[in-house]
Each structure stands twice: as C-alpha cells, then as structure tokens.
Design a protein around this ligand. Structure first.
Ligand code: SF4
Ligand code: SF4
Ligand code: SF4
Length: 202
C-alpha cells in the first residue's frame, strides 16, 4: 500500500493537477472578429422620430436625449446586445453598425431575415461552451461561470438541468459562435427568410 500512496501523490497531488481540477471547465472563449460592435453615430442629424427606441428589443439599451441644441441617440452598453435593429430602424441614417438582420423590398416582395436555434437534446452534453462563448451572453453577464450557468434569466441561452436552453431568441444575432464552439454538433443556428408579396409595394 505505501507504493500506491506514493504513486497516487506523484501522479495526482501535483500543483498542475490541483490547479486544473479547480479551474473552470470551460475556458474563456474569444469573441470572433466578425461579431459587430455597438451602434455608433454617423453624424447625420437625429430627427427625434424614436424608431430606434421602438425597434430595440433590449430594455434600457437606447434612449434619445437632447444634448446641447440637438437630439441624439445614446447607447447603454451594459444593456445593448448589438443586434443592429436600431440601425436598420432609423430612417435618417443616424446610427451605423454591421448588418446581419435585414429587410429588403424588391419587386412587390418584402424579404425579412431572422434566426433560429435548434438544440438536439440527445447530443447536448450540457458542457456550457455555447452559453459561455455567446457574445450576447458575455455582454449581459460577463461573470458567467463555466458550465453556462448564470444568475440572470436575461441571457440568450444557458444550461439548465444538464441541457442547453434558449431563453431569449430575439437577442440572437446569428453569429454562429455557439455552433462553432459546441464539441458535439448539438446546436445549430439557421437564418430564416420570409417573403411576403404585396402588389401595392414598390
Ligand atoms: S443594437 Fe439592438 S440592443 Fe443595441 S440599442 Fe440597437 S436595437 Fe437596442
Ligand atoms: S449545445 Fe453543445 S456546447 Fe451547448 S451545452 Fe450542449 S453540448 Fe455543450
Ligand atoms: S448565434 Fe449563438 S453565439 Fe451568436 S448570438 Fe446567437 S446564440 Fe449567441
């Protein structure tokens, strides 16, 4: 038995092993460069139409304030999920950011794009890589622990009872970071295209 104890200590009771044992199972993951930034002002004059505020799905992310002699949208970074909807909603081009969600009017047809997340419960191992990697989740809860567990239900997705689940689909920007970080191909992000025909439309 003394041999077993020596063997055990030499193989397991090393500083590196102890560090790894207590360290996070999911390492902090890099946000990909193609994930867009927060909306910025273009310099165009704000007309105070408030379309940006109406389009915004994140409570408290944007307001329009009177600063000096003009109106101006203000982005609150702790709340903004960088979906880009305010950019697209503003008819005066006051804001800019990368565009992923889109609506196009073409030949009497309106084309709208959105996203959908499918999680295969048989393949999901509950590792939490998707939830930890999601850039939207990082904005909402920068302290999210390994395993994708979190204290707020405002997250886009999290792990609950050993499986990943989507809480706020409307916050997804379709960047596919979750899909790219899943070790078991359990999560899929797809882009949906809806076409509505309207003979009256341009
Ligand atoms: S990018 Fe999205 S969440 Fe951020 S202010 Fe604009 S509409 Fe709101
Ligand atoms: S969907 Fe994939 S990355 Fe997310 S918890 Fe399940 S196995 Fe892990
Ligand atoms: S595609 Fe995945 S990683 Fe990207 S915003 Fe949506 S849920 Fe988050």
């Amino acid at each position: 038995m003394p041999f077993s104890l020596v063997y055990y200590l030499s193989h397991f009771a090393r500083i590196e092993w102890v560090k790894n044992f207590f360290a996070a199972k999911t390492a902090p993951l890099e946000t990909p460069p193609y994930f867009r930034g927060f909306p910025e002002l273009t310099g165009e004059l704000c007309q105070h139409s408030l379309f940006c505020m109406m389009a915004c799905p994140a409570p408290g992310a944007i307001d329009v304030v009177h600063s000096g002699k003009k109106w101006e949208p203000r982005i609150h970074k702790g709340h903004c999920i960088r979906c880009g909807l305010c950019v697209e909603a503003c008819p005066h081009g006051v804001l800019r950011s990368g565009r992923i969600l889109d609506t196009i009017h073409r030949e009497h047809t309106t084309l709208s794009f959105s996203f959908r997340i499918d999680i295969d419960p048989d393949k999901c191992m509950g590792c939490g890589n998707c939830a930890v990697a999601c850039p939207v989740n990082k904005v909402i809860d920068a302290q999210m622990s390994h395993g994708g567990k979190a204290s707020t239900d405002q997250l886009l997705l999290r792990v609950n009872a050993g499986k990943s689940e989507v809480l706020h689909m409307e916050k997804c920007t379709g960047c596919k970071t979750c899909e790219n970080h899943c070790p078991n191909e359990a999560i899929r992000v797809s882009r949906l295209l809806e076409a509505v025909q309207n003979p009256e439309a341009p």
